[in-house]
Design a protein around this ligand. Structure first.
Ligand SMILES: Cc1cc2nc3c(=O)[nH]c(=O)nc-3n(C[C@H](O)[C@H](O)[C@H](O)COP(=O)(O)O)c2cc1C
Length: 251
């Protein structure tokens, strides 16, 4: 069983590719959370995987909340995680290991895929240039078969890219992130054509249409899927996204 979360498709691509290769089933975390599905029965020798993007050098809040509520019946033969990040992950592995231990699971392997950056809500943060984005995707595709082999072998493994000052980034910046991350600055410009794409792609089902314009309802993950998928580039986040590009994973 593979639990996954993805805003702009990078982590979905990794989760789907691994699931297909292992003939494993996928559980989309936001959907499971909405449906209150926190208890799962494992078959004998079944493995358990967790795939998600890095948000502020740690697992996204909803992934942490989901894992805190998760009840797994049966002992997995192997527990792995694969994360996607734009650059680096800080102490995510350590944090996630502890969160799994708290529900009786022991992490065997942690894999990391560098993928195009999706975070644009801060001054100085933008999407990668197309050639860098394409290079990251090509390298991730090259790495996938190796990771799949390691999972098949139940290998003990860790290749997380921690980056500089990992403790500070994960525990100080990362822990404070959701105190100020909010959907209040999102708005649509007059280029909006009321197509509803933003409503469709929001993994949190946080967007509704109000008089033909998107309205954000306060339970946002700041994944930026709405911003990146808008066909008219009509969604902005205050002034910080002005002049920035869009990206979402297209296979
Ligand atoms: C809110 C937010 C915070 C992010 N924080 C980090 C980070 O701390 N380090 C990093 O390397 N990438 C960071 N990123 C980039 C994403 O981890 C990366 O682009 C990821 O592949 C997106 O996955 P997705 O397409 O499945 O949503 C962040 C992206 C978002 C939206």
């Amino acid at each position: 069983m593979i639990f996954y979360y993805s805003g702009c498709g990078n982590s979905k691509f990794i989760a789907k590719s691994i699931a297909e290769a292992l003939n494993d089933k996928l559980v989309f975390i936001p959907e499971a959370q909405r449906e209150g599905k926190f208890e799962y029965n494992l078959a004998e020798n079944e493995t358990l995987g967790f795939v998600y993007p890095i948000y502020s050098w740690r697992p996204p809040h909803l992934v942490e909340e989901f894992v805190n509520s998760l009840k797994i019946n049966g002992k997995p033969s192997y527990v792995w995680t694969a994360v996607t990040c734009g650059d680096n992950v800080g102490e995510t592995e350590k944090i996630f290991r502890k969160e799994l231990e708290a529900i009786g699971l022991s992490l065997d392997a942690a894999f990391c895929f560098k993928m195009p950056n999706t975070y644009v809500n801060m001054v100085g943060m933008s999407v990668d240039k197309p050639e860098i984005a394409n290079e990251k995707i090509a390298k991730a595709k090259e790495k996938l078969p190796k990771v799949i082999d390691l999972i098949k072998q139940h290998a003990k493994y860790s290749d997380m890219i921690k980056g500089g000052l990992p403790r500070f980034k994960s525990n100080v910046i990362g822990s404070g992130f959701y105190k100020w991350a909010s959907d209040k600055p999102f708005f649509s410009t007059d280029d909006c054509i009321s197509c509803g794409m933003c409503v469709k792609v929001c993994p949190m089902q946080n967007i509704t249409m109000d008089n033909g314009r998107p309205h954000w309802n306060g339970h946002c993950n700041t994944c930026d899927a709405c911003y990146h998928h808008c066909p008219k580039h009509a969604i902005q986040y205050g002034k910080t996204t002005r002049g920035k590009g869009q990206y979402f994973f297209k296979d």
